[in-house]
Design a protein around this ligand. Sequence first.
Ligand code: MN
Length: 139
Amino acid sequence: MPTPSMEDYIEQIYLLIEGKGYARVSDIAEALSVHPSSVTKMVQKLDKDEYLIYEKYRGLVLTPKGKKIGKRLVFRHELLEQLLEIIGVKKENIYDDVEGIEHHLSWDAIDRIGDLVQFFEEDPKRVEALRMVQKQNEG
Ligand SMILES: [Mn+2]
């Protein structure tokens, strides 16, 4: 199992490769606001654990194992953003809040949150009902 920090790297690498076809050490460093030397270190560890293949002058590619987990991590991040949006969290808080919680939930909890998001999306009246409660609590 990847550590939270490894998850952040795999997630960003997956997003970069999905978005522009490749992920350079400098891109990853920028995306995660870390020093390139930290990226090199982590990329070597991810290579050793077979999440990716790193060749110093040719860049890096995710292995099937790395792709599979990367896809799940991006899905998990997006699902949690959807959840926070549905429950009415302010837009400016959503990204950082998701970054704070995403590594600390079981996949069971993620699946149940998936059910909950689906529950709200299937009928907009359910979101309206939640907004009513929130209005009452404000006042
Ligand atoms: Mn994330």
